[in-house]
Design a protein around this ligand. Structure first.
Ligand code: SF4
Ligand code: SF4
Length: 278
């Protein structure tokens, strides 16, 4: 199979394409949210992104309990109780017949199969914004490395079109796959969750050794710019010692070259080369 054909035909599951993003890298960007993730962070803001398969989404406030979905469901997975519908996820096959018959758009499928070329065409539509703001495309999720071939091919198409490329990653992936994807990546937004491996495992389901090894390699072997991002979760990774450990890792292991962005709903601050913490 030629590179060209592979690029155009590579398929993956996307659960959102967000235009005009300003928090996922420099400038104005198009953020492509890919399904599937290796981690199970207990604070995950996008749990619908965790599995690779499309997930049924239900907007309870829109449901009037009309019962059309229950009457249509071939898996007998839906029950109407008073004015709301309830879905047995164990029975649901995700085919989505209930979505077609709902008059109130109370049901939707999160996750759609697309080709790399289709994603690229959506991204390319925002090119004017990238040029004016030094922006570009960011693959996020979920975890872009969960669909490495798909991610690589989207990034390749963008690179060929002169669009700045970034990925946001949790860092847990096979190194060879990382290298493959990163050959077309201009910037890595690297999520650091916790520096203590036991706590990392407790909060995300996996230890952090491979993650830290990968971020070191990206910096030292590939020399790709990294922007470390820490989701500051009260009670989990926001103690003075936690912040100190994050900062120490960046300074000692990554040559003090990074800007770290701390964020949660209530606070955002930067640690710069001078390690000034606000
Ligand atoms: S068809 Fe839609 S509005 Fe009617 S019960 Fe089902 S989810 Fe609710
Ligand atoms: S997606 Fe299909 S199986 Fe699942 S609740 Fe809707 S109709 Fe039933």
């Amino acid at each position: 199979m030629s590179d060209k054909k592979e690029t155009n035909d590579a398929k993956g599951i996307v659960f959102n394409i967000q235009h005009y993003s300003i928090h996922d890298g420099p400038g104005i960007r198009t953020s492509v949210f890919l399904k599937g993730c290796f981690l199970r962070c207990i604070w995950c803001q996008n749990p619908e992104s965790q599995s690779l398969k499309p997930d049924l989404f239900y907007f309870e406030e829109r449901c009037t309990g009309c019962g059309r979905c229950a009457a249509t469901c071939p898996a007998n997975a839906i029950e109407i109780i008073e004015t709301k519908s309830y879905t047995d996820r164990g029975k649901c096959n995700g085919a989505g017949e209930c979505i077609q018959v709902c008059p109130n758009d109370a049901r939707n499928l999160m996750g759609k199969e697309m080709t790399a070329q289709e994603v690229f065409q959506k991204v390319k539509g925002d090119e004017l914004f990238y040029k004016r703001s030094n922006g570009g495309v960011t693959l996020t999720g979920g975890e872009p490395l969960f669909q490495p071939d798909f991610s690589k091919n989207i990034l390749l198409l963008c690179r060929q079109a002169g669009i700045h490329t970034a990925i946001e990653t949790c860092g847990f992936a096979d190194w060879e796959q990382f290298k493959d994807v990163l050959q077309y990546t201009d910037l890595v937004l690297f999520d650091l969750k916790h520096m203590n491996s036991e706590k990392h495992c407790e909060y995300t389901g996996i230890p952090n050794e491979l993650i830290l090894e990968n971020v070191r390699k990206i910096h030292h072997e590939l020399g790709i710019p990294i922007r470390a991002r820490i989701p500051v979760i009260p009670g989990y990774n926001d103690s003075v010692q936690d912040i100190h450990e994050f900062a120490k890792f960046v300074v000692n292991e990554l040559d003090n070259l990074l800007i770290m962005r701390f964020s949660n709903r209530s606070c955002a601050c930067l640690i710069t080369h001078q390690l000034s913490v606000c």
